[in-house]
Design a protein around this ligand. Structure first.
Ligand SMILES: CC(C)(COP(=O)(O)OP(=O)(O)OC[C@H]1O[C@@H](n2cnc3c(N)ncnc32)[C@H](O)[C@@H]1OP(=O)(O)O)[C@@H](O)C(=O)NCCC(=O)NCCS
Length: 170
């Protein structure tokens, strides 16, 4: 039996600047660059939780709510929000730091799913996750619904079997 872990144990913080080669023609951070940074941070968080090789199974949600200008200091925070059998949902919060005040402002968020695998790429079991804070509990509770939605959209689950989704429409 693997020992359960808390989200804090997987917390991964990636801080980096936005350089000219990473921007679009409006001089804001290129979306694909942000996706790559989030993928890296989320992959490390999933590895910290599982202590296994982890692969990105799906990007479930990304909201580019705010553009991130050239020169910004960007912090990507990743934490496992729920562990299933072999897969883990990782929640990402992206912040930009005001140059003068140093205050952090939320720029974007995203949700990725990772699967722990062995050396041959075969899925392996991961430890349970026990959420602690109200936000961690809220994200944990909604994760099964997101997993079912992702599986339905990927054609890996029949809509009829998506019990959590069906409950939403009752
Ligand atoms: C991710 C991968 C290991 C899943 O393999 P699979 O044959 O679907 O394996 P399974 O059906 O046993 O699923 C394994 C887990 O992934 C979950 N999963 C698979 N596809 C998923 C999706 N689209 N969304 C959410 N979860 C998914 C399953 O629900 C299962 O979770 P659980 O064990 O916690 O219940 C396999 O598809 C893979 O290796 N993909 C390539 C990964 C990669 O290279 N990523 C980088 C892309 S450049």
């Amino acid at each position: 039996m693997m020992e359960a872990k808390t989200p804090t144990q997987s917390l991964t913080i990636l801080t980096d600047m936005v350089l000219p080669s990473e921007t679009n023609p409006l001089n804001n951070l290129f979306g694909g660059e942000l996706l790559a940074r989030m993928d890296r941070a989320a992959s490390i968080a999933a590895r910290r939780h599982s202590r296994r090789i982890t692969v990105t199974a799906s990007v479930n949600h990304v909201a580019f709510n705010r553009s991130i200008p050239l020169g910004s200091v960007v912090t990507v925070e990743a934490k496992v929000s729920r562990a299933f059998k072999t897969s883990m949902e990782v929640f990402l919060d992206v912040w930009i730091e005001d140059r003068e005040s140093g205050l952090k402002e939320k720029a974007n968020e995203a949700i990725y799913t990772f699967v722990a695998v062995d050396e041959f790429g075969k899925p392996v079991n991961v430890p349970e996750l026990i959420p602690e804070t109200p936000l961690e509990i809220e994200r944990f509770n909604a994760a099964l619904r997101r997993k079912q939605l992702s599986l339905v959209l990927a054609g890996k689950m029949k809509p009829n079997d998506a019990t959590e989704l069906k409950a939403l429409f009752k």
